[in-house]
Design a protein around this ligand. Sequence first.
Ligand SMILES: Cc1cc2nc3c(=O)[nH]c(=O)nc-3n(C[C@H](O)[C@H](O)[C@H](O)COP(=O)(O)O)c2cc1C
Length: 469
Amino acid sequence: MSSRRMRLFAFDFQGPAHLSAGLWRHPQDQGARYKDLTYWTDYARLIEEARFDGIFFADNAGYHDIFEGSPDAALADVAQIPANDPFLVVSAMASVTEHIGFGLTGSTAYEHPYALARRFATLDHLTGGRVGWNLVTSYAESAARNLGTGRQAPHDERYDMAAEHLEVCLKLWEGSWQDDAVVRDLERGVYVDPSRVHAIDHHGRYFDVPGLAMFEPSPQRTPVIFQAGGSAKGLRLAAASAEGVFVNALSEGALKRQVDTLRSLAAEAGRDPRSVKVLQLLNVVCAPTDELAREKNDSYRRLVSYTGAMARYSGWSGLDMSQFDPDVPLRHVRTNAGQTMVDLFSRMDPDKEWTPRDIAEYVGIGGTGPTIVGSPTTVADELTRWMDETGVDGFNLAHAVKYQDVADFIELVVPELQRRGTMWSEYEGSTLREKLYGPGVTRLRDDHPGCGYRHHHPHHHRADLAPTP
Ligand SMILES: Cc1cc2nc3c(=O)[nH]c(=O)nc-3n(C[C@H](O)[C@H](O)[C@H](O)COP(=O)(O)O)c2cc1C
């Protein structure tokens, strides 16, 4: 098992700070450079030299304003606000690299599938097939207020909408243009053969898209589909249609259960369970020795901002944490909404009573993922153990100090992982899908529902589109 190659993505955000709270005050933090194109092109080169699989941009269609019913705490600690549009930096990062993939978060609640599909196709062309879509249903009421209908649709309905959104996109990517549609026949004066471009004729509950895709098929056609939802509906959509799933298990036991659940749900949905690659959110604090790593971690912990952590956690959970005493264990708080999120923590460590302050200290570095602290050997041992014991395929690497933590990981831990063969020293294949599935697999695998929308024969008509999977 330990010979499996670890998939590794840098988890990042188009703003001064992502998951970690208060760490922007660290003297080495480079978050304030997020508006410089050279920051992102340097970063792209750095992670490609280290042979990462790619970078993954989280994004939020709204901002955090649950804590104290206001965005003030989020603004003060740059808790995922400000946030630039992650799509726009990718061409530049791709132009200085050849291999790294780009995971981009796109909302099925606030982006129209017709426009979103074109944007992904464009980037797939410009990057040579290196983009992936983190399909999210969005959770912030602020997004609904500012760019939606005022109120969020109910949780489960957002997933129904997401399934149809994805269906429209898949029809556009896979079913509209045949591979041989572009003929560029100079003699006949025909660039695109009209008989090989098909209207998708989609008439659904949420979307009406009768016409053609406006773009040529790109190298991957469909960007690699990622998802991160953990509810029953979320898991089902992921199992049916995701190629990569991001999870934030708090312990190895919880991670193993999630991996097993996803794989068996994928099998139930008629897919090869190995088609679902699972990536765990993780934070690493490393130094040349265990002792130095512990000191570094202590210095990071001293910078964690309580209100910055709670601004985020309140936004993610939908629960205003300002109503609780920071030092009273949450187990004694009687609220249904609260109990669900408290359970996340009490399940990890049933003997410990979690206070809001404990939660802030935990999520203040790297969010709801665990943090591994140690020397290169310690960290490499831990990462390998997580892979062996849980069946996870790799990690989404968060950070406390922007840029510097990833640079330290690359300097210290990557050589150790490469020496062990857990990380590769040379890339194989160039597209993002090949990084998940191996060289040669650039298009959707046959077990993916998107394949049902393909035109297998020339001159098919739109009535031949497969029914909804
Ligand atoms: C590791 C991880 C990363 C996530 N990244 C994002 C993100 O960038 N943007 C977003 O809107 N939601 C993100 N989410 C939230 C999920 O997409 C989803 O909205 C949330 O988990 C609620 O859905 P659920 O009830 O199905 O779990 C992330 C979740 C996890 C676990």
